[in-house]
Design a protein around this ligand. Sequence first.
Ligand code: UDP
Ligand code: MG
Length: 326
Amino acid sequence: MEEDKSSGTSNIEVSIIVPVYNEEGSLRPLYDELKQAIQQIDRNSEIIFVNDGSKDNSEAVLNQLAEQDSMVKVIHLQTNFGQTAAIAAGLDHAQGDIIIPIDADLQNDPRDIPRLLDKLAEGYDVVSGWRKNRRDKWFNRTLPSLVANKLISIISGVKLHDYGCTLKAYRRKVIKDIKLYGEMHRFIPIYSAWYGAKVTEIVVNHRPRRFGKSKYGFERVIKVILDLIVIKFLGDYAHKPIYIFGGVGILSFILAFLSGLWALYLKFFHKISFIQTPLPLLFVLLIVLGFNAILLGLLAEISIRTYYESQNKHTYLVKEKRNFKQ
Ligand code: UDP
Ligand code: MG
Protein backbone atom coordinates (compact mmCIF):
# COMPACT_ATOMS: atom_id res chain seq x y z
CA MET A 1 0.00 0.00 0.00
CA GLU A 2 1.35 3.40 -0.81
CA GLU A 3 2.15 5.47 2.20
CA ASP A 4 -0.69 7.82 2.91
CA LYS A 5 0.99 10.80 4.43
CA SER A 6 -2.21 12.37 5.50
CA SER A 7 -3.88 9.65 7.50
CA GLY A 8 -1.26 8.91 10.16
CA THR A 9 -2.62 9.17 13.66
CA SER A 10 0.41 10.86 15.16
CA ASN A 11 2.37 13.91 14.13
CA ILE A 12 -0.61 15.63 12.65
CA GLU A 13 0.46 18.95 11.21
CA VAL A 14 -2.73 20.44 9.87
CA SER A 15 -6.20 20.25 11.43
CA ILE A 16 -9.12 21.31 9.29
CA ILE A 17 -12.20 22.10 11.35
CA VAL A 18 -15.66 22.05 9.79
CA PRO A 19 -18.71 23.22 11.74
CA VAL A 20 -21.79 21.44 10.41
CA TYR A 21 -25.42 22.30 10.94
CA ASN A 22 -27.88 20.69 8.54
CA GLU A 23 -25.52 20.39 5.59
CA GLU A 24 -26.28 16.85 4.39
CA GLY A 25 -26.04 17.77 0.70
CA SER A 26 -22.69 19.53 0.93
CA LEU A 27 -20.71 17.10 3.05
CA ARG A 28 -19.60 14.56 0.43
CA PRO A 29 -18.58 17.09 -2.22
CA LEU A 30 -16.81 19.07 0.50
CA TYR A 31 -14.98 15.97 1.67
CA ASP A 32 -13.80 15.28 -1.89
CA GLU A 33 -12.58 18.84 -2.32
CA LEU A 34 -10.81 18.77 1.05
CA LYS A 35 -9.07 15.52 0.16
CA GLN A 36 -7.75 17.10 -3.03
CA ALA A 37 -6.48 20.12 -1.13
CA ILE A 38 -4.77 17.89 1.43
CA GLN A 39 -3.14 15.86 -1.31
CA GLN A 40 -1.79 19.05 -2.73
CA ILE A 41 -0.34 20.39 0.54
CA ASP A 42 1.16 16.98 1.29
CA ARG A 43 1.18 17.28 5.04
CA ASN A 44 -0.14 15.04 7.76
CA SER A 45 -3.69 16.26 8.17
CA GLU A 46 -6.95 15.55 9.89
CA ILE A 47 -10.43 16.75 9.02
CA ILE A 48 -12.55 17.34 12.11
CA PHE A 49 -16.25 17.62 11.36
CA VAL A 50 -18.20 19.05 14.27
CA ASN A 51 -21.85 18.18 13.88
CA ASP A 52 -23.60 20.98 15.72
CA GLY A 53 -26.82 19.08 16.48
CA SER A 54 -27.98 18.74 12.86
CA LYS A 55 -31.56 17.63 12.39
CA ASP A 56 -31.13 16.35 8.85
CA ASN A 57 -29.11 13.40 7.64
CA SER A 58 -25.70 15.00 8.34
CA GLU A 59 -24.97 12.69 11.26
CA ALA A 60 -25.29 9.54 9.16
CA VAL A 61 -23.28 11.01 6.27
CA LEU A 62 -20.48 12.02 8.64
CA ASN A 63 -20.43 8.61 10.27
CA GLN A 64 -20.08 7.04 6.82
CA LEU A 65 -17.18 9.34 5.97
CA ALA A 66 -15.47 8.50 9.27
CA GLU A 67 -16.01 4.83 8.54
CA GLN A 68 -14.32 4.98 5.16
CA ASP A 69 -11.44 7.33 6.05
CA SER A 70 -9.54 7.49 9.33
CA MET A 71 -8.35 11.00 8.50
CA VAL A 72 -11.94 12.09 9.07
CA LYS A 73 -12.80 12.68 12.70
CA VAL A 74 -16.32 13.48 13.77
CA ILE A 75 -17.64 15.13 16.89
CA HIS A 76 -21.41 15.07 17.33
CA LEU A 77 -22.56 17.74 19.73
CA GLN A 78 -25.57 16.98 21.88
CA THR A 79 -27.66 19.78 20.39
CA ASN A 80 -27.25 23.00 18.39
CA PHE A 81 -24.79 25.27 20.18
CA GLY A 82 -23.95 27.61 17.30
CA GLN A 83 -21.09 27.92 14.86
CA THR A 84 -18.63 29.47 17.31
CA ALA A 85 -19.14 26.72 19.89
CA ALA A 86 -18.78 24.11 17.18
CA ILE A 87 -15.47 25.61 16.08
CA ALA A 88 -14.36 25.77 19.73
CA ALA A 89 -15.14 22.05 20.12
CA GLY A 90 -13.04 21.35 17.04
CA LEU A 91 -10.16 23.45 18.39
CA ASP A 92 -10.22 21.57 21.68
CA HIS A 93 -9.79 18.29 19.84
CA ALA A 94 -7.40 19.39 17.10
CA GLN A 95 -3.88 18.00 17.14
CA GLY A 96 -2.26 19.96 14.34
CA ASP A 97 0.04 22.91 14.82
CA ILE A 98 -1.85 24.62 12.06
CA ILE A 99 -5.59 25.05 12.39
CA ILE A 100 -7.88 25.79 9.46
CA PRO A 101 -11.61 26.29 10.06
CA ILE A 102 -13.80 26.14 6.95
CA ASP A 103 -17.57 26.33 6.40
CA ALA A 104 -19.34 23.10 5.53
CA ASP A 105 -21.61 24.60 2.90
CA LEU A 106 -19.03 24.74 0.05
CA GLN A 107 -19.11 28.55 0.07
CA ASN A 108 -15.44 28.56 1.08
CA ASP A 109 -13.19 26.90 -1.47
CA PRO A 110 -10.76 24.22 -0.21
CA ARG A 111 -8.48 25.10 -3.13
CA ASP A 112 -7.53 28.18 -1.12
CA ILE A 113 -6.02 26.05 1.65
CA PRO A 114 -2.61 25.60 0.01
CA ARG A 115 -2.41 29.36 -0.54
CA LEU A 116 -3.25 30.03 3.11
CA LEU A 117 -0.46 27.68 4.16
CA ASP A 118 2.03 29.29 1.79
CA LYS A 119 1.25 32.66 3.29
CA LEU A 120 1.60 31.26 6.82
CA ALA A 121 5.00 29.88 5.83
CA GLU A 122 6.14 33.42 5.06
CA GLY A 123 6.23 33.91 8.81
CA TYR A 124 2.68 34.83 9.75
CA ASP A 125 0.72 33.42 12.68
CA VAL A 126 -2.74 34.11 11.29
CA VAL A 127 -3.80 34.32 7.66
CA SER A 128 -7.37 35.47 7.29
CA GLY A 129 -9.52 34.86 4.21
CA TRP A 130 -11.09 37.87 2.50
CA ARG A 131 -14.21 37.13 0.49
CA LYS A 132 -13.62 40.05 -1.82
CA ASN A 133 -16.26 38.90 -4.25
CA ARG A 134 -18.88 37.72 -1.80
CA ARG A 135 -21.69 35.60 -3.18
CA ASP A 136 -24.47 36.25 -0.68
CA LYS A 137 -27.58 38.39 -0.79
CA TRP A 138 -26.35 41.95 -1.08
CA PHE A 139 -28.81 43.87 1.03
CA ASN A 140 -29.15 41.75 4.14
CA ARG A 141 -25.75 40.04 4.17
CA THR A 142 -23.00 41.67 2.15
CA LEU A 143 -23.87 45.29 2.95
CA PRO A 144 -24.27 44.89 6.74
CA SER A 145 -21.08 42.88 6.78
CA LEU A 146 -19.22 45.68 4.96
CA VAL A 147 -20.32 48.17 7.61
CA ALA A 148 -19.59 45.79 10.49
CA ASN A 149 -16.13 44.98 9.14
CA LYS A 150 -15.25 48.65 8.84
CA LEU A 151 -16.41 49.24 12.40
CA ILE A 152 -14.50 46.26 13.77
CA SER A 153 -11.40 47.36 11.94
CA ILE A 154 -11.58 50.87 13.44
CA ILE A 155 -12.42 49.76 16.96
CA SER A 156 -10.01 46.85 17.18
CA GLY A 157 -7.13 48.51 15.39
CA VAL A 158 -6.50 45.25 13.51
CA LYS A 159 -6.86 46.02 9.84
CA LEU A 160 -8.63 43.24 7.99
CA HIS A 161 -11.40 43.42 5.39
CA ASP A 162 -13.43 40.38 6.32
CA TYR A 163 -13.47 39.15 9.90
CA GLY A 164 -16.53 36.98 9.25
CA CYS A 165 -14.87 34.66 6.73
CA THR A 166 -14.58 31.29 8.44
CA LEU A 167 -11.72 30.16 6.21
CA LYS A 168 -8.52 31.21 7.92
CA ALA A 169 -5.27 29.59 8.95
CA TYR A 170 -3.87 29.85 12.44
CA ARG A 171 -0.77 28.64 14.18
CA ARG A 172 -2.03 26.82 17.22
CA LYS A 173 0.32 28.55 19.62
CA VAL A 174 -1.37 31.90 19.14
CA ILE A 175 -4.90 30.65 19.70
CA LYS A 176 -4.58 27.89 22.25
CA ASP A 177 -5.57 30.06 25.20
CA ILE A 178 -8.45 31.83 23.52
CA LYS A 179 -11.90 30.96 24.78
CA LEU A 180 -14.74 31.55 22.37
CA TYR A 181 -18.19 32.87 23.22
CA GLY A 182 -21.17 34.13 21.22
CA GLU A 183 -20.22 34.98 17.64
CA MET A 184 -16.63 35.48 18.57
CA HIS A 185 -14.78 33.09 16.32
CA ARG A 186 -14.52 35.97 13.89
CA PHE A 187 -12.51 37.93 16.44
CA ILE A 188 -9.73 35.36 16.89
CA PRO A 189 -7.34 37.33 14.64
CA ILE A 190 -7.96 40.39 16.79
CA TYR A 191 -7.20 38.61 20.03
CA SER A 192 -4.10 37.06 18.57
CA ALA A 193 -2.91 40.37 17.16
CA TRP A 194 -3.35 41.98 20.57
CA TYR A 195 -1.13 39.24 21.96
CA GLY A 196 1.54 39.95 19.40
CA ALA A 197 0.70 37.54 16.58
CA LYS A 198 1.55 38.50 13.01
CA VAL A 199 -1.75 38.72 11.17
CA THR A 200 -2.40 39.13 7.47
CA GLU A 201 -5.08 38.34 4.89
CA ILE A 202 -5.39 36.97 1.36
CA VAL A 203 -8.30 37.12 -1.03
CA VAL A 204 -10.18 33.82 -1.14
CA ASN A 205 -12.80 32.45 -3.46
CA HIS A 206 -16.43 32.56 -2.33
CA ARG A 207 -19.21 30.59 -3.92
CA PRO A 208 -22.99 30.73 -3.71
CA ARG A 209 -24.68 28.16 -1.52
CA ARG A 210 -25.68 25.07 -3.51
CA PHE A 211 -27.40 22.93 -0.89
CA GLY A 212 -29.46 23.75 2.19
CA LYS A 213 -29.91 27.29 3.41
CA SER A 214 -28.04 29.91 5.39
CA LYS A 215 -28.51 29.76 9.16
CA TYR A 216 -28.28 33.48 9.68
CA GLY A 217 -30.10 36.67 8.88
CA PHE A 218 -29.76 40.33 9.70
CA GLU A 219 -29.95 39.78 13.46
CA ARG A 220 -26.41 38.49 13.44
CA VAL A 221 -25.10 42.00 12.79
CA ILE A 222 -26.52 43.08 16.14
CA LYS A 223 -24.89 40.17 17.92
CA VAL A 224 -21.59 40.92 16.25
CA ILE A 225 -21.71 44.55 17.33
CA LEU A 226 -22.52 43.59 20.93
CA ASP A 227 -19.67 41.09 20.88
CA LEU A 228 -17.45 43.84 19.58
CA ILE A 229 -18.22 45.98 22.63
CA VAL A 230 -17.33 43.07 24.89
CA ILE A 231 -14.14 42.40 22.96
CA LYS A 232 -13.08 46.01 23.12
CA PHE A 233 -13.78 46.15 26.82
CA LEU A 234 -12.00 42.88 27.51
CA GLY A 235 -9.08 43.83 25.32
CA ASP A 236 -8.51 47.21 26.87
CA TYR A 237 -9.60 46.70 30.43
CA ALA A 238 -9.83 43.00 31.22
CA HIS A 239 -6.67 43.15 33.28
CA LYS A 240 -7.68 46.31 35.11
CA PRO A 241 -11.46 46.84 35.09
CA ILE A 242 -11.16 49.34 37.92
CA TYR A 243 -9.53 51.75 35.47
CA ILE A 244 -12.71 52.09 33.44
CA PHE A 245 -15.26 51.79 36.25
CA GLY A 246 -13.15 53.86 38.61
CA GLY A 247 -12.62 56.40 35.84
CA VAL A 248 -16.37 56.80 35.41
CA GLY A 249 -16.74 57.00 39.22
CA ILE A 250 -14.16 59.74 39.60
CA LEU A 251 -15.62 61.68 36.69
CA SER A 252 -19.00 61.50 38.46
CA PHE A 253 -17.48 62.82 41.69
CA ILE A 254 -15.90 65.72 39.83
CA LEU A 255 -19.19 66.58 38.12
CA ALA A 256 -20.99 66.25 41.47
CA PHE A 257 -18.50 68.61 43.08
CA LEU A 258 -18.96 71.14 40.27
CA SER A 259 -22.77 71.05 40.46
CA GLY A 260 -22.56 71.40 44.25
CA LEU A 261 -20.29 74.40 43.94
CA TRP A 262 -22.48 75.96 41.30
CA ALA A 263 -25.58 75.52 43.47
CA LEU A 264 -23.80 77.18 46.41
CA TYR A 265 -22.61 80.01 44.20
CA LEU A 266 -26.15 80.63 42.91
CA LYS A 267 -27.55 80.56 46.44
CA PHE A 268 -25.07 82.91 48.07
CA PHE A 269 -24.34 85.32 45.25
CA HIS A 270 -27.59 85.35 43.31
CA LYS A 271 -30.07 84.44 46.03
CA ILE A 272 -31.35 81.50 43.99
CA SER A 273 -32.63 78.85 46.36
CA PHE A 274 -31.46 75.23 46.15
CA ILE A 275 -34.90 74.02 45.12
CA GLN A 276 -35.08 76.36 42.14
CA THR A 277 -32.42 74.49 40.15
CA PRO A 278 -31.84 70.80 39.48
CA LEU A 279 -28.24 71.18 40.66
CA PRO A 280 -28.61 69.71 44.17
CA LEU A 281 -30.44 66.75 42.70
CA LEU A 282 -27.67 66.31 40.16
CA PHE A 283 -25.14 66.53 42.97
CA VAL A 284 -26.76 63.66 44.87
CA LEU A 285 -27.29 61.62 41.74
CA LEU A 286 -23.68 61.93 40.63
CA ILE A 287 -22.34 61.07 44.09
CA VAL A 288 -24.46 57.90 44.14
CA LEU A 289 -23.41 57.08 40.59
CA GLY A 290 -19.77 57.65 41.46
CA PHE A 291 -19.88 55.31 44.45
CA ASN A 292 -21.68 52.69 42.44
CA ALA A 293 -19.24 52.83 39.56
CA ILE A 294 -16.28 52.44 41.89
CA LEU A 295 -17.91 49.57 43.78
CA LEU A 296 -18.72 47.86 40.45
CA GLY A 297 -15.10 48.30 39.47
CA LEU A 298 -13.96 46.60 42.65
CA LEU A 299 -16.38 43.78 42.01
CA ALA A 300 -15.04 43.44 38.48
CA GLU A 301 -11.50 43.33 39.88
CA ILE A 302 -12.48 40.45 42.12
CA SER A 303 -14.08 38.49 39.30
CA ILE A 304 -11.18 39.11 36.92
CA ARG A 305 -8.77 37.80 39.53
CA THR A 306 -10.88 34.69 39.96
CA TYR A 307 -10.87 34.33 36.19
CA TYR A 308 -7.12 34.43 35.79
CA GLU A 309 -6.13 32.68 38.99
CA SER A 310 -8.65 29.85 39.01
CA GLN A 311 -7.70 28.82 35.49
CA ASN A 312 -4.03 29.58 35.75
CA LYS A 313 -4.34 32.03 32.91
CA HIS A 314 -1.54 34.38 32.14
CA THR A 315 -1.67 38.04 31.32
CA TYR A 316 1.13 37.53 28.81
CA LEU A 317 2.12 35.19 26.01
CA VAL A 318 5.66 33.82 25.81
CA LYS A 319 7.25 33.77 22.38
CA GLU A 320 10.14 31.44 23.14
CA LYS A 321 12.20 30.23 26.07
CA ARG A 322 15.92 29.33 26.19
CA ASN A 323 17.74 27.04 28.58
CA PHE A 324 14.62 26.11 30.46
CA LYS A 325 14.06 22.42 31.16
CA GLN A 326 10.52 22.43 29.80
N1 UDP B 1 -23.24 26.37 11.48
C1 UDP B 1 -23.12 25.63 12.66
N2 UDP B 1 -24.02 25.87 13.67
C2 UDP B 1 -25.00 26.81 13.56
C3 UDP B 1 -25.08 27.58 12.38
C4 UDP B 1 -24.19 27.32 11.36
O1 UDP B 1 -22.24 24.79 12.79
O2 UDP B 1 -25.77 26.96 14.51
C5 UDP B 1 -22.29 26.12 10.39
C6 UDP B 1 -22.94 25.86 9.04
O3 UDP B 1 -23.27 24.50 8.88
C7 UDP B 1 -21.86 26.31 8.08
C8 UDP B 1 -21.21 27.46 8.83
O4 UDP B 1 -21.54 27.28 10.21
O5 UDP B 1 -20.89 25.31 7.88
C9 UDP B 1 -21.67 28.82 8.33
O6 UDP B 1 -23.07 28.89 8.34
P1 UDP B 1 -23.90 29.55 7.15
O7 UDP B 1 -23.39 29.06 5.85
O8 UDP B 1 -25.33 29.38 7.44
O9 UDP B 1 -23.50 31.07 7.33
P2 UDP B 1 -23.29 32.14 6.16
O10 UDP B 1 -22.32 31.54 5.17
O11 UDP B 1 -24.63 32.35 5.57
O12 UDP B 1 -22.72 33.32 6.86
MG1 MG C 1 -22.47 29.89 4.22
